[in-house]
Design a binder for this molecule. Structure first.
Ligand code: AMP
Ligand code: ZN
Length: 113
């Protein structure tokens, strides 16, 4: 499949991995928007949040089970962080393999622009 993040999973495209197990992969964003900015992806191809269903939702819950561990690794657990999913065109999604941005090391405004 011609998917950038699937290619990162299978090693065709290099990445700076921060966490990996049999279900998920976390790697540093190539264009970080915060001092710590990691992309967390399921290892199966889910194109967007719109495609989450009862068959694949275990990948999503696994991501959230591991977020506290990854945040602690990045040392952003104490001060907090932002988790973002962009879905589709209006959501600003540019890579059609569902992912969460985990960002920390600075404060974020809310509501976002
Ligand atoms: P989104 O706009 O939510 O689809 O986010 C896609 C993210 O992937 C952006 O923050 C990009 O900087 C990031 N990105 C694109 N290509 C790569 C890559 N080869 N390695 C790491 N991050 C990437
Ligand atoms: Zn993919």
């Amino acid at each position: 499949m011609d998917c950038l993040f699937c290619k990162i999973i299978n090693g065709e495209i290099p990445s700076t991995k921060v966490y990996e197990d049999d279900m998920i992969l976390a790697f540093r964003d190539i264009d970080p928007q915060a001092p710590e900015h990691v992309i967390i992806i399921p290892k199966n191809h889910i194109s967007s949040a719109n495609e989450i269903n009862t068959e694949n939702s275990k990948y999503i819950s696994h991501i959230f089970e591991k977020i506290p561990y990854i945040a602690a690794m990045l040392n952003i657990d104490e001060h907090g962080y932002r988790i973002v999913n962009n879905c589709g065109k209006n959501g600003g999604q540019t890579v059609p393999h569902m992912h969460f941005h985990l960002m920390g090391g600075r404060g974020f405004a809310w509501p976002a622009g």
